[in-house]
Design a protein around this ligand. Structure first.
Ligand code: DUC
Ligand code: ZN
Ligand code: ZN
Ligand code: ZN
Length: 459
């Protein structure tokens, strides 16, 4: 099967030109003007932007968490991602404390293999680092899982201590991987949470007040210091605020590079959403939404090259699941749905509002994640030999976000009624038209597990 995409404006992280793209099988075979080829199918992209498929390196699909499971499966979540122009996601495997990494991987494989619609990879979350786990790091890297997630919070379930962090980073550096981190001070948060509860302060607002900016700034700084000491490549997930970004900025003064991911919600939403009764539970996530000054810091951080990736931390829960915390904010499952909306929100609010350029858009929505996590140049760009993961986006089409029309398996939207400019019209995944005309044209099981390369620590 061959496809010719004609007359599109091709945007990568570095280029912007009009050309045709010829796809043979799963990959891009030629790029040029008036290519002398005959294809089985032609797509006219005149007036459209032709860009690499989005990569969301932070999603939680069917994740066991806080006594329940996030509500998108690997099937529904990756299908919704495709509708929104994200062709590859990286999901988190969670080691159970006291058990092996291999057991956890087997559990996640049993859910994802044969059910996933879009392409996927896994990060391995190390929640219990010991001699047994140490021996498994190399094996995971050989399986193509080259990133190891850690939690500095959620004590008793997910958190590792600083001893384990140092030891893990030394081993991961040795083996050619990267350590990623949920960088918040778990002990401080546990103390503030307990204090608010003892005072009878139980509404979603107190979720926010139990995780102040300092909890993130302190842990981000600690992580950067440990990464510097061990020499291991480090990546801070879902960074939300000025204090935490300043910790990273400080690390650059000794020429240290710590990769930073923020999520679309931290750029666009703020903590005033918690000032309503239980409705605020829709945005109960960790870390919580911050303030307007933090949004400004994050947009600036993107343009300064300090913030490298815009992801989602997609972790949806049905409203009924959120109600588990009706009388106690600490029992509200943490998380927010966005896997389908990230690319269009970032385009509309970022590119169309003049906050970032088109090249920067591709860089933070796709290319940098591919480079940091060992997927490049298979994924994350439009180039001869790369996978034909391509989106066609109409930069002028207006549309409205709503739970009534989205494809995520969750019964509310964090962006209900938002009017966006810029719509993903057609999505190709490995040379197949996956989305066209608001229809999904690939089946459950089309998505492949993508083995990743060792990381370089450079982009
Ligand atoms: N934060 C969330 O909001 N959900 C999943 C895990 C996390 O760290
Ligand atoms: Zn076991
Ligand atoms: Zn997290
Ligand atoms: Zn997460």
């Amino acid at each position: 099967m061959s496809i010719l995409i004609k007359n599109g404006r091709v945007i990568t992280a570095t280029d912007d030109y009009v050309a045709d793209i010829f796809i043979e099988g799963e990959t891009i075979a030629a790029i040029g003007k008036n290519l002398p080829v005959k294809a089985d199918k032609e797509i006219d992209a005149a007036g459209l932007l032709v860009m690499p498929g989005g990569i969301d390196p932070h999603v939680h699909l069917e994740m066991p968490f806080m006594g329940t499971f996030s509500s998108d499966t690997h099937e529904t979540g990756t299908r919704a991602a495709l509708f929104g122009g994200t062709t590859t996601v990286i999901d988190f495997v969670l080691q159970k404390q006291g058990h092996s990494l291999k057991e956890a991987l087997a559990e996640w494989n049993s859910r994802a293999k044969g059910t996933t619609v879009g392409d996927y990879s896994f990060h391995m979350a190390v929640t219990d680092y010991n001699d047994h786990t140490k021996a498994e790091i190399k094996e995971m890297i050989e399986e193509g899982i080259t990133s190891f997630k850690t939690f500095m919070a959620y004590k008793g379930a997910l958190m590792i201590d600083d001893r384990q962090m140092v030891a893990l980073m030394q081993e991961v550096k040795q083996q050619g991987g990267i350590v990623t981190v949920h960088a918040t001070n778990g002990d401080m948060i546990d103390y503030l949470t307990a204090k608010h509860k003892a005072e009878g302060k139980l509404s979603p607002l107190y979720h926010y007040l139990s995780q102040p900016e300092v909890t993130e700034a302190e842990a981000s700084n600690r992580f950067a210091e440990i990464a510097d000491y061990t020499g291991c490549p480090g990546y801070i997930v879902h960074l939300t605020c000025e204090g935490a970004l300043n910790a990273v900025r400080n690390a650059t003064r000794r020429n240290q590079k710590v990769f930073v991911e923020t999520c679309i919600q931290y750029l666009l939403l703020d903590a005033s959403l918690y000032e309503q009764d239980f409705e605020g539970a829709k945005w109960v996530m960790s870390p919580p939404l911050r303030e307007k000054k933090d949004q400004a810091t994050l947009w600036a951080g993107i343009n300064q090259g300090l913030v490298n990736v815009v992801a989602t931390d997609h972790c949806p829960f049905m409203w009924e699941q959120k109600l588990m915390g009706k009388n106690d904010f600490s029992k509200i499952p943490n998380g927010h749905p966005a896997i389908e909306n990230r690319m269009e929100l970032l385009f509309s609010e970022g590119v169309n509002k003049g906050r970032i350029t088109l090249n920067k858009y591709v860089e933070v929505a796709s290319t940098n994640a591919a480079k940091i996590f060992g997927l490049f140049p298979k994924k994350g760009t439009i180039a001869v030999g790369s996978d034909a993961d391509i989106i066609l986006l109409d930069p002028k089409e207006k549309h409205t976000l709503s739970a009534a029309t989205h494809h995520m398996n969750v019964d509310y939207s964090g962006y209900e009624g938002w009017e966006l400019t810029g719509k993903v019209k057609t999505v190709l995944l490995r040379g197949q038209v996956a989305i066209d005309n608001n229809q999904c044209l690939v089946q459950k099981g089309y998505g492949q597990f993508i083995k990743r390369n060792k990381v370089t620590g450079k982009i």
